[in-house]
Ligand binder design. Structure first.
Ligand SMILES: *Cc1c(COP(=O)(O)O)cnc(C)c1O
Length: 431
């Protein structure tokens, strides 16, 4: 058995100063029962906790670290950048360089604004949509997560799903009232909503490949319906690609479906482990943002030079070839995990798109939040603990996604498949 005593002590200490002992809820391991691991360092595909236990890491900071931990080039570029100062609050060429790079990869971002988190990106995109359409209502999908701003904390995925909360106390009723929700992949539900409310809807915001209730790809018909209905009713379509961007595919989910949203939000990988979010899209829309237009947006650390460097250094190392390789690795891992479940007679559904993957203790099919909720979360909790014992660090919730990095090779994948087999054996032994 691995010894977690230093992490246990560190958590008790943290709990004196921070609610639940953490700065973001799912980190707390609360719904898998147990204390979170405190991390000392990471390199490549591996992390090490403060008790010197080593793990193959598939959380990767919840997505950003597509090049794994402490990539040599990213670290060197950051070290170099810090010698010139950490922030100026004035323009730098780095911002233009990153914007140019992003646009080359995701061309629908004709103009964009850098922010410091995915939450800021989606919040600002919603404000822009409401401002230009002069409408208040927005549509989101049950189990999709778009950060923690008021209008978007309704029927949300991620921590909200993990802790079974519909909306948060503190969200004004008026805002929740203007957020209309529909089941994910529900084409008829979308059509009837637009029939009734079409002319009041400012925008639809959607994760084209949902990643905050595990990985659930949107169907082509579903996403095309969103494109058609928003166009017909004069509302905007926002693809929230904070997770799927540079993850589902090099050019994002939008390239897989050949659907062009009006606005896109990015985060996670775009900062390469530093705090960056982006919202952008049609030039005619973006030109409404201050100071070009009147819809307000600002940020003291927006476009921060260190954050821009983290993003640039990461994106500059990505390529189509790298995604082909990572996607193949992810598929091989999925096949191995599914085989392990089958061999142990455990019902399981595995989903992956590009470098995003998840496993549900559920015979499937898993197409929406109700399906995910039918998964065996008690089994998940037991299994998760065994994986930790086996040296595999995955997301501590059935409602979260795991990731692949460029540093995970055949060696790590084979070890992981073996670890899943061992974990099934161990759970079965417990009875
Ligand atoms: C993570 C995430 C966000 C929120 O980003 P933060 O940087 O955590 O604020 C928004 N949308 C999606 C799809 C996400 O996965």
């Amino acid at each position: 058995m691995r010894d977690f005593s230093n992490s246990k002590r560190a958590f008790a200490e943290a709990d004196k100063y921070m609610p639940g002992g953490v700065n973001s809820p799912v980190r707390a391991f609360k719904n898998v029962g147990g204390d979170p691991l405190f991390i000392a360092k990471g390199k490549g595909a591996y992390i090490e906790d403060i008790d010197h236990n080593k793990y193959i890491d598939y959380v990767l900071s919840w997505g950003p670290l597509i090049l794994g931990h402490a990539d040599d080039k990213v670290v060197a570029d950051l070290q170099d950048a810090t010698t010139r100062g950490t922030s100026y609050g004035a323009p730098t060429e780095l911002e233009t360089e990153l914007a140019e790079k992003i646009q080359a990869i995701v061309p629908s971002l004709e103009e964009m604004r850098m922010v410091s988190s995915g939450t800021e990106a989606t919040m600002s995109a919603i404000r822009l949509a409401r401002g230009v359409t002069k409408r208040d209502k927005i549509v989101k999908f049950i189990g999709n997560y778009h950060g923690h701003s008021d209008s978007l904390l309704v029927d949300a995925g991620s921590g909200m799903a993990t802790f079974d909360i519909n909306t948060s106390p503190g969200v004004p009723n008026a805002l929740a009232y203007d957020t209309l929700t529909v089941a994910y992949n529900d084409v008829e539900g979308v059509k009837s909503l637009f029939k009734e409310h079409g002319k009041e809807i400012a925008c639809v915001i959607v994760e084209p490949i949902a990643g905050n209730m595990g990985v659930i790809p949107g169907t082509q018909e579903f996403l095309q319906t969103l494109r058609d209905e928003t166009t017909k009713s004069g509302s905007l379509l926002i693809f929230d690609e904070v997770m799927s961007g540079f993850r589902a595919a090099y050019h994002g989910a939008q390239s897989l479906y050949h659907i062009k949203p009006d606005l896109t939000t990015l985060g996670k990988v775009v900062g390469g482990g530093l705090p960056v979010g982006v919202f952008g899209g049609r030039r005619d829309l973006m030109e409404n943002i201050t100071p070009a237009g009147k819809i307000y947006h600002a940020g003291t650390l927006s476009g921060n030079p260190l954050a821009m460097t983290g993003g640039l250094s990461t994106l500059n190392q990505l390529s189509e070839d790298l995604y082909t390789k990572m996607t193949a690795n992810t598929k091989r891992l999925m096949a191995g995990i599914k085989q392990a479940a089958d061999d142990h007679g455990v019902p399981m559904t595995v989903h992956s798109v590009g470098t995003m993957w998840s496993y549900f203790f559920n015979a499937g099919p898993v197409n929406n939040f109700d399906d995910v909720k039918a998964s065996d979360t008690a089994y998940f909790a037991k299994f998760f603990k065994q994986l930790l014992q086996q040296g595999i660090y995955t997301a501590p919730s059935q409602f979260e996604t795991n990731f692949m990095s460029s540093k995970h090779t055949d060696v790590e994948i084979d070890k992981t498949i073996q670890a899943f087999n061992n974990a099934f054996d161990a759970v079965q032994k417990q009875g």
